[in-house]
Design a protein. Structure first.
Ligand code: NAD
Length: 305
């Protein structure tokens, strides 16, 4: 976990892409705030930018509370916590925040027009040396590379939720991403205490969401065929395969609306009927059963399952 790696201030230097000292995270939502704290803990001066002052305030308060909790539990030094919080800056002003960035991590709302607008602005306002990455779960960076005027410095850097905890990050290059950019982003991810995996080309769902989708499809097929109960399918995944959560438990945790959204995005790319959101998931979403966050999904969280 990256919370204990925050005492060093070393910089990631590779090739001609230079040194990453100032990170800008665009979007202070669920992902952006934790990505920013991960970078700050690793010693990077990190600015968080969002169009919503409320989100900036909420993100700051959440990270301060998180750091306080870690210190209270003895999992993070007071100095490391204070140092990381001190390296964070908060801004509503993208041009200004981008002006000195070495690396920009875009973690804004998952809509292509939003991301296109942001990457256009980054192309204009970030220094020519700056690498621009997107945390998008479903959009390949090739969709926003051209508007930046520096497509060779653009790729996906996909964190998992919660970003402060999850070790995996997926680095996805598009056709024109340079070797130097890939190396710098991989080195940066390692500096954050992550274990980057590299995709040599864009595929819908990248690696982890494709694997998860395959397990979920099979679990749903078994349940729908009446072969086994949800509980027993989850138990088998945990006890035979060593998964920390069964597929239904995991879908409830991720949110069934998010599961359906990811499937829809993959289907839009592939056109493959097998990639469409499962009817059982869609039916639960339509009934407002979104998983843990709504109190019920495949399981009921109000009482027992
Ligand atoms: P979120 O809705 O929690 O936060 C999005 C933030 O972007 C909001 O604070 C919003 O105000 C801000 N925003 C919107 N337009 C903006 C703009 N033009 N400029 C600056 N900020 C803007 O979303 P999230 O769950 O944090 O997801 C962010 C990105 O991370 C998405 O691309 C998503 O696909 C990806 N992602 C999400 C998860 C997840 O589990 N939530 C996991 C991996 C990747």
């Amino acid at each position: 976990m990256s919370g204990t790696t925050g005492t060093t201030g070393t910089t990631a230097t590779t090739g001609t892409a230079g040194t990453i000292e100032h990170v800008l995270v665009v979007g202070a939502g669920a992902m952006g705030r934790q990505i920013a704290m991960t970078a700050a803990l690793a010693g990077c001066r990190t600015t968080v930018q969002d169009i919503s002052a409320d989100m900036l305030g909420a993100a700051r308060a959440e990270l301060e509370a998180w750091a306080e909790g870690r210190v209270a539990k003895g999992r993070l030094d007071r100095d490391a916590a204070d140092g990381a919080l001190g390296r964070l800056a908060w801004s509503p002003d993208l041009p200004r925040a981008a002006a000195t960035a070495d690396l920009v991590i875009e973690a804004a709302t998952e809509r292509l027009p939003v991301k296109t607008e942001i990457f256009t602005a980054l192309g204009r306002h970030a220094p020519a040396r700056a690498i621009l990455v997107t945390n998008s779960s479903t959009l390949g960076s090739s969709k926003v590379a051209d508007v930046t005027g520096r497509p060779e410095k653009v790729c996906n850097l996909h964190f998992f939720n919660p970003a402060l905890v999850m070790e995996c990050v997926e680095v996805v290059r598009h056709e024109r991403t340079s070797e130097d950019t890939v190396e710098t982003v991989m080195a940066f991810a390692r500096r954050l205490g992550k274990r980057p995996v590299l995709l040599s080309r864009e595929v819908p769902g990248f690696i982890a969401n494709r694997l998860m989708g395959a397990v979920q499809r099979e679990a749903l097929a078994l349940a729908e065929a009446g072969v086994a109960s949800l509980e027993d399918i989850d138990t088998a995944a945990r006890t035979a395969l060593g998964h920390p959560l069964g597929p239904f438990e995991l879908m409830d945790l991720v949110g069934l609306d998010v599961v359906a959204f990811i499937a829809e995005a993959i289907h839009a790319e592939t056109g493959d009927e097998a990639d469409r959101p499962d009817p059982a998931v869609a039916a639960l979403v339509a009934r407002g059963r979104l998983g843990r966050k709504s109190g019920a999904g495949f399981y009921d969280y109000a009482g027992s399952s």
